[in-house]
Design a protein around this ligand. Sequence first.
Ligand code: TRP
Length: 335
Amino acid sequence: MNKKAEYKTEIFTGIRPTGVLTVANVLGAVNPLLELQSGGMRPMVFVADLHGLTDHEPDVIKSYVNDVVVDYIALGLDPKKVDIFVQSDIENEVALFTLLLMRHITVSELIKVPTLKEKLKTGNRPETANSLLATYPVMMAADILLQRSQYVPVGEDQQSHLEITRLIAKRFNKKYGEVLPLPKPQKVKPLRIMSLSGGGKMGKSNPSGAIFLTDSSKEVEKKIKRAETAFAKDMPSVLESHFQLATGLTDDGSVLEKVEQIRKAHMSGEKVMGDFKETLSSIVQDFLIEYQEKRQKVLADTDLIKNTLEEGAKKAKINARETLGMVKEVMYKRE
Ligand code: TRP
């Protein structure tokens, strides 16, 4: 008799080790995680270093892994409340499971995945893009299904990936029996913090319009001073996103109140953009100073990261091996 697999992980999510984070990453990726951790469940978070191989060399990715863990902990992720592991600590399980799952999705389905199509439009061509880009969603399915995850927080960009995961799991179950529990998407509200110097989203590709967590107060001041604003009463999405940045980086009631007043004054036709920039700048500077101090403390605690990742890997490996055991049992025992 097959053992029917049950959920093992309530909430599961991945973070990409991509080097220095920006304040937009804090709002878009870190804050939602902090909300989850205070929500009473125990999320499992992993650093998706194998996924980084789609566009970076292994040694480059490796150098980012520790940093991103230190960053997330400095930003409030609590190793006592979440399990954190590094994907390559269970690389054999991930690799084998990815391979086994690839049989349940067709080439034509993979090349229709919107994130791949987008990538092939912007820079990569099918003739030159490495095929790990195309199998990315299958490895993501392996990550999720190995931990037998119930909920996966997804923004818009990851929705199609989760659908692929569900599709693969359904096909597997149909063929071999109900082995893999289906993960459910947990919708994350979209958030697009825009660059301070125009040209779309705030991100690494446009450093003069992005505030990095390593920036000094001087740099912050300079970048915000030069930022685009808007005429009184006008609230273009760029400015709206900078208001979101201001309110997302502080929980000081009187500061939040001040931002609200500036917004109201702006909408009623007053010229307050100078005030806004000053306030935003001081919010960001305070945030970064606190973060940078915390980061030093986390770094000084040499055992913290090591122990956290060891514990996380142990748990992830137990789950992964158990799942793979069940998968192999049903696959290899068929007659
Ligand atoms: N694809 C995700 C991203 O780009 C990272 C990721 C990889 C992930 N595997 C995952 C997220 C599994 C959630 C679950 O952000």
